[in-house]
Design a protein around this ligand. Structure first.
Ligand SMILES: *Cc1c(COP(=O)(O)O)cnc(C)c1O
Length: 463
């Protein structure tokens, strides 16, 4: 399997290279050259597989000859052994036809672990083979950084540098990053916003010399391997609810469009999906886009679902590429427009083909809190604010003819303030991670300047 860039001006790469590279040199995102597809008979044969065995079957076509099948199986098993639930991503019923897909049983209690644990083991495998060190840099609004620290800690050939906005993430999220007590983890509290952190990361990644010197890579959801790993739980949920014989709806709390794009990939690979609901908080660029075909970036609004406080949904580029018949020229023009004018427009034909499968709904703060309350009072389920956005959007806009699966993207204990505000109950951390709240934190405070981060690298990253 080869991978090509959405912007059409980079060399095709294999699986190992795509993992290491993250973003293409032409600034595009990598996509598989063609989609592996499974027919109904093949899908029904998956129905009794464990999560790990299903992951193996679904990932096999993507890895080409970068790994032997034995190596792939071993890496998958190691990756999911860190989950606290034997089913990895169990499905639990809310009411008739409504299900929660619990994606928060990994070590940092958010769905980011499902892919990041795999990335950690894959990086380690390939780096050992290459006998080479790598520096991974990551800007985070909380969950990605925590998952990356957990996946990369104590790995000799990796240095991980995480930039987070000082005082703008939850205490649980911060402690998950800063209490790893591992020499290869570098947490930087930047005086600024998430966007400032992201801008510094992009500045460093776009400096060819710097990138080469530190063998720099990135692990946010522009990395194809994260999307690939997330396809598995869509199939897992579908199979539990009668796929391939029954169609299914998914509602996905969305920020950077990585998670819901994995749902699109599952559909493309053959899973019978009826509707994918893009659920956003008040940062509603995607809802407006589906309505008018114009993507318009506004200022980021702070909400109680902070992991979705994003205006530029990077992975939308992958869907636009696919829906336009892989038109790289169109993608390049749109992205130039986005860079210069903070907007771009999509033609009606492509927009309609997106609307055949997707709907989008934004949910305000009040409705999010009401949904947390309603699930608690009526259904006895404690859910986090991101999950609540998905449920509210889905209930308002999906037909009840199909089963609906709501992706539960984080454990409520990660966002205690929002839960207390909604129902007056304090959500307790699971016992296996509650020790982080009293562990010693290690991090450095830095000013919001490219120069401070560069100087940090000079001082602290040993090549
Ligand atoms: C990252 C995150 C999201 C958004 O996922 P995207 O792939 O960025 O769309 C939703 N909920 C939680 C809890 C997250 O951590």
């Amino acid at each position: 399997m080869k991978y090509i860039s959405t912007r059409g001006q980079s060399e095709p790469l294999n699986f190992e290279q795509v993992l290491m590279k993250g973003l293409a040199d032409d600034k595009g995102l990598y996509m598989p050259e063609n989609w592996p597809k499974f027919n109904e008979k093949e899908i029904s044969e998956f129905s009794h597989l464990s999560y790990s065995d299903l992951a193996f079957e679904l990932m096999k076509p993507y890895i080409g000859d970068s790994l032997s099948l034995g190596e792939l199986g071993e890496i998958i098993n190691k990756s999911y052994s860190s989950f606290s639930h034997e089913e990895i991503t169990p499905l639990s019923q809310i009411t008739k036809g409504e299900y929660l897909l619990e994606l928060y049983h990994g070590p940092t209690l958010a769905f980011k672990d499902c892919a990041m644990q795999l990335l950690g083991h894959l990086f380690e495998h390939f780096l050992k083979k290459r006998e080479k060190k790598i520096t991974i840099i990551c800007a985070t609004s909380g969950d990605t950084g925590a998952a990356a620290v957990e996946a990369m800690k104590n790995k000799d050939l990796i240095d991980l540098v995480v930039l987070f906005p000082k005082d703008k993430i939850s205490q649980v999220q911060q402690k998950q990053m800063t209490t790893s007590a591992s020499d290869n983890i570098h947490c930087l509290a930047v005086e600024g916003t998430f966007d400032d952190c992201q801008a510094i990361v992009k500045n460093l990644l776009n400096d060819k010399q710097f990138k080469k010197k530190y063998n720099l890579s990135a692990v946010n959801s522009i990395n194809w391997v994260r999307v690939m790993a997330q396809v598995v739980y869509y199939f897992y949920a579908g199979l539990k609810l009668g796929s391939p014989n029954k169609k299914i709806n998914f509602s996905v709390p969305t920020g950077n469009f990585g998670d819901i794009f994995a749902g699109f990939v599952a559909y493309t690979m053959g899973l019978p999906v009826d509707v994918l609901c893009i659920a956003t908080n008040s940062n509603d660029a995607l809802e407006r886009f589906l309505r008018h075909g114009e993507y318009l970036v506004e200022n980021v609004k702070a909400t109680i679902s902070p992991s979705m406080d994003i205006q530029v949904a990077s992975n939308l580029e992958r869907l636009l590429y696919e829906s336009s018949g892989r038109n790289s020229k169109m993608i390049r023009e749109m992205m130039v427009d986005l860079g210069a004018n903070k907007r771009f427009t999509l033609d009606q034909l492509t927009l309609n083909s997106i609307k055949d499968l997707f709907i989008a709904k934004s949910v305000d703060e009040e409705s999010t809190k009401n949904t947390i309350e309603s699930l608690w009072v009526k259904d006895g389920k404690l859910i986090d604010p991101h999950t609540a956005v998905g449920i509210n959007a889905g209930r308002k806009s999906l037909s009840t003819d199909n089963n609906t699966v709501y992706l539960a993207t984080a454990h409520p204990a990660k966002f205690p303030d929002a839960i207390i505000n909604s129902i007056g109950v304090f959500p307790k951390l699971p016992p296996n991670i509650s020790n982080i709240m009293s562990s010693k934190e290690v991090y450095s405070n830095l000013t919001n300047k490219n120069k401070s981060v560069r100087e940090y690298f000079e001082r602290e990253i040993i090549l």
